[in-house]
Design a binder for this molecule. Structure first.
Ligand code: A3D
Length: 316
């Protein structure tokens, strides 16, 4: 990555998550943004609109919209949010096939035009899509990662802060595993200004917060009626982008490639990662209880089912 020039960030998918991620990047001055989508006019219109907000919001980085992948040439970082949400009547396998084909196609383009980039995948089913992305891109696995743990942890932090009426910035937590019902929130690594959550809340309240965190995406879908969450998911992806582009060396939960860590191999799962200029610079191995390890392995089973599904579809 060229560290002195302003980074180039490609946001692929100009829908709710992608456009919001672009907006956060601009507001933070994280880099010049290229917004890409297959729908003609959509990325151009949103990019122009965001550019016109610049004089008021006071940013000098640029945002351009395009349907041509050549315009992502030389991107330092790519955030992929292109894909469909699951619609009524659609099976998990249907979604796997539709989004799998989209991700495989996009990764061919990233490999062609931005071969040195670091790629953050947001498209669902997350852990399976980031595995497919890594295999299609052929990049070293430290340069391909998935966003879910940042979102799930942020939701849990928000719920704890709301429960205790404390600042959200005082709350630290860690949510591991796959994104979905089998995620693994870790109360033993959850603190409020260093105070373990187990000293502040009853087991019953902690369990209720964990259940709400697991259902965090569903709760928003039920309220919105159409579409799914996008402000917090985009914030999660941009948090990771910031840690990488600014070489912050932050430990954040991300979907990363496991090669024996936590007793799991050849799989992408949410684990604590040290993020810096090289992408995932290392994985952090936490001491887990037997129960937490079993939950993580159960989570891995669900991801492997998705990976097997991709093989059956001929995408791997
Ligand atoms: P939406 O607002 O529908 O945007 C998706 C965009 O992708 C649309 O503008 C499409 O035109 C575009 N698109 C489709 N195919 C292509 C393609 N081949 N190339 C470029 N663009 C394309 O959806 P959204 O932004 O709300 O969600 C996007 C994805 O993120 C979905 O798969 C969601 O399930 C997923 N998501 C994941 C999380 C996680 O925490 C992992 C959270 C929220 C959303």
């Amino acid at each position: 990555m060229k560290m002195n020039a302003l980074p180039k960030i490609a946001c692929i998918g100009a829908g709710n998550v992608g456009a919001t991620a672009a907006q956060y990047c601009l507001e933070m001055g994280l880099g010049n943004v290229v917004l890409t989508d297959i729908v003609e006019g959509l990325p151009q219109g949103k990019a122009l609109d965001m550019t016109e907000a610049g004089p008021i919001r006071n940013y000098s980085v640029t945002c351009t919209g395009t349907n041509d992948y050549a315009d992502i040439s030389g991107a330092d970082l790519v955030i992929v949010t292109a894909g469909l949400p699951r619609k009524p009547g659609m099976t998990r396998l249907d979604l796997l096939e539709k989004n799998g084909r989209i991700i495989a196609g996009i990764c061919e383009k990233i490999r062609q035009y931005a071969p040195d980039s670091i790629v953050i995948i947001v498209t669902n089913p997350l852990d399976v899509m980031v595995y497919l992305a890594c295999k299609t891109l052929g990049f070293p696995s430290n340069r391909v990662l998935g966003m879910a743990g940042c979102l799930d942890s942020a939701r849990m932090r928000a719920f704890i802060a709301m429960e205790l009426n404390v600042s959200m910035t005082n709350v630290d937590t860690m949510v591991l595993g796959s994104h979905g019902d089998a995620m693994v929130p870790l109360p033993q690594y959850t603190t409020v200004s260093g105070i373990p959550i187990t000293k502040l809340l009853s087991r019953e309240r902690i369990d209720a917060i964990i259940a709400r965190t697991r259902d965090g995406g569903g709760e928003i879908v039920r309220l919105l009626k159409t579409g799914s969450a996008f402000y917090a998911p985009a914030a999660g992806a941009v948090r990771m982008a910031q840690a990488i582009l600014r070489n912050e060396r932050q430990v954040l939960p991300c979907a990363a490639y496991l090669n024996g860590e936590y007793g799991l191999s050849d799989i992408y799962m949410g684990v604590p990662c040290l993020l810096g200029r090289g992408g995932v610079e290392s994985l952090v191995q936490l001491d887990l209880t037997d129960e937490e390890t079993a939950a993580l392995h159960h989570s891995a089973g669900e991801v492997r089912e998705g990976i097997d599904g991709l093989r059956q579809l001929g995408l791997l």
